[in-house]
Design a protein around this ligand. Structure first.
Ligand code: ADP
Ligand code: ZN
Length: 531
């Protein structure tokens, strides 16, 4: 036992060497550990892979008693505990996957003071039996992992997290540390308020992941584009491909496998055994690709994920950042690649409108989506945009490691094109009382006599064929950007196009509409899953 000033600090460092075998703390870890060991509350905002675990594991080892870790990741508790035990840390967990005897054993160890760390699922803390158990033992620190789950508007909200404020009420002398990789300013506030941590010191690590290259490409034939990307840039590499639907997960995994890229599906519709098998293959094997819905990845610690690909648009920048953040935890160059197109915008806007939730919920969802769309459509540095979203100053105006920095997109004056699109929407509505989706609008602009154009006499409209100066892909790109900029909106289950309050300023020529140039290359297919 060491004594004198700084004793705790040196004990923390000794523990880091002795138990974990690391030479030094990383970044903010040292300050956080020191603060919590001394009994202070903390809110830790650190990107995925930043090293959050040590921030509570070391205080739990240094302070007398057991560190209680609240985590929603039940599936990972066994692995986490096994890993700690392998290091000689006395760790255990209590969750619904255990039988009565296993639970009794862990509880007895806790009461006997034989545990350094006890992992609990949040729903356990609603049970009086759990609270009584905790009251009969000695607790060194409470760690609340994935603390953003308390945020009601976030994408990972867990109602059980709301009851965690009682920890501070029942154990006012035990320090609490809340940790998350997801946090805008609004989320920080919600966490401190809902968890009852007004006096917690905030530790905010940099959210920049310089080894990740951000790329967002226009979507044409997403699976083929993905395959080309993997063959050219990541042959034989491990990675994650995110899709929105289970069906698209299955088909993409089959497509990759059939084309020589070993890939397995992962989504909540698969049985638990298959999911666990695919997850453990991903962790253990080299170069396996997991095609997944967002059900996959929370808490996954695989250092050499070389790419994360999105075939569909995430709902928010938080989601995008967290998912892409699973790439390159080892610090080596990695790619965050996304294919994004008109259909993504239409689909997400429709989802928000037809989805559950009240008006306020919809407005929140829409503003999350708007921020994500702005990131997709920006002609500026993507990294700069991301960091600004998280309230952080970018290190430089241009990072040099994102697609817009590497090949700056050209912009063009799309004012007239925008007016043509909007006028077509107006004509249909005013003259015919009709609303149509993007496909029909583009056909009218191009002057195509398709069956549907003939059926509705749309070749009689004065705007028929006024858009022959641009190619189909350029019109789709223009509509996508108008939607992203809020100059056009979608409505209803068919995703029909309607004007917004802002549209008038364009129609009256009161504003210019700069648009990003669409790359010439990808042939835009209208059938199948293209944009
Ligand atoms: P997070 O929970 O923030 O995503 P982890 O706590 O899982 O991150 O840590 C990510 C990786 O970094 C782990 O493999 C961990 O062992 C390693 N790590 C954390 N802190 C240090 C350190 N001080 N020195 C070396 N490796 C570290
Ligand atoms: Zn950049």
């Amino acid at each position: 036992v060491t004594e004198g000033p700084g004793a705790d600090a040196s004990e923390a460092l000794t523990t880091l060497h002795r138990v974990f075998g690391y030479d030094a703390f990383r970044g903010e870890q040292e300050a956080i550990v020191e603060h919590v060991v001394a009994g202070g509350d903390a809110l830790v905002l650190m990107p995925t892979g930043g090293g959050k675990s040590l921030c509570y594991q070391i205080p739990a080892l240094v302070r007398p008693g057991t560190g209680v870790v609240v985590s929603p990741l039940i599936a990972l508790m066994q692995d986490q505990v096994d890993a700690l035990r392998a290091l000689g840390v006395r760790a255990g967990f209590v969750n619904s996957t255990q039988d009565f005897d296993e639970r009794r054993t862990v509880e007895a160890e806790f009461l006997a003071g034989e545990l350094d760390l006890l992992y609990l699922a949040p729903e356990r803390l609603r049970l009086d039996s759990t609270l009584d158990l905790l009251a009969r033992g000695k607790i060194s620190v409470f760690a609340i992992d994935e603390a953003h789950c308390v945020a009601q508007w976030g994408h990972d909200f867990r109602p059980d997290y709301l009851s965690l404020s009682l920890l501070g009420e029942r154990w006012p002398d035990v320090p609490r540390i809340a940790l998350t990789a997801t946090a805008t300013r609004a989320t920080h506030q919600e966490i401190t308020q809902r968890l009852g941590l007004p006096a917690a010191r905030h530790f905010v690590a940099s959210f920049d992941r310089p080894n990740i290259q951000y790329r967002i490409v226009p979507k044409a034939d997403p699976r083929k584009q993905l395959l080309a990307f993997l063959r050219e840039e990541h042959p034989g590499d491990a990675g994650i491909v995110y899709c929105l639907s289970r069906n698209s997960v299955e088909r993409t995994a089959e497509f990759l496998s059939a084309n020589g890229v070993e890939a397995v599906p992962y989504h909540a519709g698969l049985d638990a055994g298959t999911r666990a098998a695919h997850q453990s293959r991903f962790l253990r094997e080299d170069g396996l690709v997991v095609v997944a819905t967002i059900a996959f990845g929370m808490g996954i610690d695989k250092p050499d994920v070389r790419f994360v690909a999105h075939l569909d648009l995430p709902k928010s920048i938080e989601g995008y950042y967290q998912e892409t953040g699973r790439a390159g935890r080892d610090g080596l160059p990695s790619t965050a690649w996304m294919a994004y197109g008109l259909n993504d915008v239409v689909q997400q806007r429709k989802l928000i409108q037809s989805g559950e939730g009240d008006e306020a919920f919809r407005r929140r969802a829409a503003s999350h989506l708007d921020a994500m769309l702005a990131l997709c459509e920006t002609a500026g540095c993507r990294r700069g945009r991301l960091l600004a979203y998280f309230g952080q100053e970018p290190g430089a105006a241009a990072c040099g490691n994102c697609d817009t920095c590497l090949t700056p997109p050209e912009t063009w004056d799309g004012t007239v094109a925008a007016q043509k699109v909007l006028s077509t929407v107006v004509r249909l509505q005013r003259e015919r009382g009709q609303k149509f989706g993007a496909l029909q609008i583009v056909d009218i602009l191009l002057g195509k006599r398709t069956a549907k154009v003939i059926q509705f006499d749309h070749d009689q409209l004065s705007v028929f064929g006024i858009g022959q100066d641009l190619a189909e892909g350029e019109w789709r790109g223009a509509i996508r950007q108008l939607l992203a900029q809020g100059l056009l909106a979608v409505e209803g289950e068919y995703g029909t196009l309607v004007l917004t309050e802002e549209s008038g300023t364009v129609l009256r020529g009161e504003r210019e509409v700069p648009l990003r140039k669409e790359p010439k290359k990808p042939a835009v297919s209208r059938s199948g899953s293209g944009s």
